[in-house]
Design a protein around this ligand. Structure first.
Ligand code: XMP
Ligand code: MG
Length: 179
């Protein structure tokens, strides 16, 4: 992988330590509540699997897949649901798990959509946040790392569907993008 990676931004040790910390906070905050953890496919897959193992209270899981209209790396704000939840979330405490919050448009749409279904609460947990690129104000309830405005891959994040399996978060070399 050395030939495509410019530099590692977050190594496996840093990611795993942060995930444990987030899991402990979530455990405390949701104690005694009916918790449904919703992973957003495909980017959240690795984070979701690690985070779930760090949460020490009963919970259920579900997944959604979303697609934004328009081109690959950025979003237009118009979101299409490719895979919806399997169940009603009425009166349930929903925790959405994301890979990265960038413009915030995808999540803004999703939060409104989930709240309109009568959930008791809807919060978000992301492993990465790029606040410099935000286009809508939003509260990030649980954030792993604030990162600069650079395109990153690994730990679930892809470039052209590649590199999701890397156990670290890295910046790709410029030539990989054809730039
Ligand atoms: P918003 O709506 O917050 O969308 O702009 C967030 C989605 O954009 C993708 N995204 C990235 N994917 N590396 C990636 O692999 C990145 O650096 C990156 N920044 C944004 C991602 O799909 C995320 O869910
Ligand atoms: Mg995504």
């Amino acid at each position: 992988m050395e030939h495509v990676i410019d530099r590692v931004l977050l190594d496996e040790t840093a990611l795993q330590a942060k995930v444990q910390e987030l899991g402990e906070r979530i455990t405390r905050d949701y104690e005694g509540k009916d918790l449904l953890v919703v992973g957003i496919l495909k980017g959240s897959l690795l984070f979701m699997a690690d985070l779930l193992r760090a949460i020490r209270i009963p919970l259920e899981i579900d997944f959604m897949a979303l697609s934004s209209y328009g081109s690959g790396a950025s979003t237009s704000g118009e979101v299409r649901i490719l895979k919806d939840l399997d169940q009603s979330i009425e009166n349930r405490h929903v925790l959405v798990v994301e890979d990265v919050i960038d413009t915030g448009l995808t999540l803004n749409y999703l939060m409104d959509n989930l709240k309109s279904r009568g959930a008791a609460s809807v919060k978000v947990c992301t492993i990465l946040d790029k606040p410099e690129r935000r286009r809508v104000a939003m509260t990030v309830d649980y954030n792993g790392f604030t990162i600069p405005d650079e395109f990153v891959v690994g730990y679930g994040l892809d470039y052209a569907q590649q590199y999701r399996h890397l156990p670290f978060v890295a910046v790709l070399k410029r030539e990989v993008y054809g730039g």
